[in-house]
Design a protein around this ligand. Structure first.
Ligand SMILES: NC(=O)C1=CN([C@@H]2O[C@H](COP(=O)(O)OP(=O)(O)OC[C@H]3O[C@@H](n4cnc5c(N)ncnc54)[C@H](OP(=O)(O)O)[C@@H]3O)[C@@H](O)[C@H]2O)C=CC1
Ligand SMILES: O=C(O)C1=NCCCC1
Length: 345
């Protein structure tokens, strides 16, 4: 898992989810986070790995650790939760990670959503370096609908513009359904996530057409040309670009966080985490739909399948999760050795 050198394919090793969480927890604590922060980040990162969301699983560990070592983020931050209005909670993450801020505000957010029908959580002064679905899926598991957006760091050229401005700015949504796992999608508003470009560069693979441009603004399928002076494009031209703009407004302007272009980490070599904001909207569907929402969402899924759909968003993750639960999480053996070494000191 060296951040620099290409990964040479090695033997596979298998690890149980709980063991991976514990190992990652030790890694985070060893590298400067509080045990509370470590527990949350470790669970998040292991969940991504378990579900096959590789661009935001253990691949991210070198970035987390170099960021912590650079002093860019506060691994011991204690979030400050403010009850601002009947349907509104604000958290200052204290220049710490966003997930502990969400965890700190979660009980109040759920209480407000259940009493008012809808509640907003605005997190600012925060770093989000992870997949977004783990932030929304648990709400749907308890019968709520959740939507979240987070902005990242400048690397996407707005449609029709000349230079990068937006982040890869993901949107995640989760809704309960009567039979089966909640409906969840989580997508970057760029044509491809930055993490997947890094992974392709490391493997020496070319990208599909339409993902990015080189330093001269020319279309390229070479991930290194995108990473070294080039940029990504939004997905779907002007449509993805509009959604990315919306994410900047909701995750930064509305929360009091930084836009993707508003932070400067040049004095912190090794820093990798965007210092931005995150917004969550949580809805209690029973207020408008009675008990029927989950039945209605189930009916929608049934009709989609009847129309020929074979794969719902989230299906691949759940298949991978089920396999991991049976056989353990498969990791590159060398990566696992490196994690153990990081945990040891
Ligand atoms: N923290 C941050 O700042 C950032 C985080 N990210 C994260 O990167 C991750 C990857 O994003 P991205 O590359 O856009 O994700 P993908 O394009 O891989 O997937 C996007 C969504 O579409 C679903 N999906 C993919 N292919 C199909 C298909 N053929 N049919 C039906 N559904 C499909 C996926 O479900 P499934 O998962 O089951 O495949 C997923 O819900 C996300 O978790 C995102 O949160 C991205 C940008 C910034
Ligand atoms: O993959 C991405 O795109 C990002 N992930 C974590 C935060 C920065 C952008």
């Amino acid at each position: 898992m060296s951040a620099q050198s290409p990964t040479v394919a090695t033997a596979c090793a298998s690890i149980r989810f709980a063991e991976l969480v514990e190992l990652l927890q030790q890694v985070f604590v060893r590298h400067g986070t509080s045990p509370q922060v470590a527990a949350i980040l470790a669970h998040n990162c292991a969940s991504a790995e378990r579900d096959g969301a590789h661009s935001h699983g253990i691949f991210r560990i070198p970035g987390y650790l170099s960021t912590l070592a650079s002093g860019w983020v506060n691994g011991n931050a204690v979030p400050n939760v403010t009850d601002v209005a009947s349907g509104c909670v604000r958290v200052d993450a204290g220049n710490g990670f966003a997930q502990p801020a969400l965890a700190a505000a979660r009980p109040l957010l759920v209480e407000k959503a259940r009493s008012a029908g809808i509640a907003l959580l605005a997190i600012h002064n925060s770093h989000h370096f992870a997949a977004l679905w783990p932030d929304v899926e648990p709400f749907a598991e308890e019968g709520l609908v959740a939507l979240s957006v987070v902005n990242s760091m400048t690397c996407v050229v707005p449609h029709g513009a000349d230079r990068p401005l937006f982040g890869t700015n993901p949107i995640a949504f989760a809704a309960p359904r009567a039979d089966g796992a909640p409906i969840v999608f989580d997508l970057a508003t760029s044509a491809i996530a930055h993490g997947d470009v890094q992974i392709a560069a490391r493997k020496g693979e070319r990208l599909p057409a339409g993902m990015g441009v080189d330093s001269l603004g020319q279309p390229t399928q070479d991930p290194k040309a995108i990473l070294e002076g080039g940029a990504l494009l939004p997905f779907g031209g002007h449509k993805g670009s509009a959604l990315s703009m919306m994410v900047e407004l909701l995750a930064a302007a509305l929360t009091g966080g930084n836009f993707s272009f508003e932070f400067d980490w040049t004095d912190h070599p090794g820093a990798r985490t965007p210092w931005t904001g995150q917004l969550l909207i949580v809805i209690d569907p029973s207020k408008t739909a009675g008990q029927s929402f989950a039945q209605r969402s189930q009916e929608l899924v049934r009709q989609m399948h009847a129309a020929g759909l074979r794969r719902l968003p989230g299906d691949r993750r759940h298949r991978t999760r089920a396999k991991s639960q049976e056989t353990g999480i498969e990791l590159d053996a060398q990566a696992l050795r490196e994690l153990r070494a990081l945990a040891a000191g």
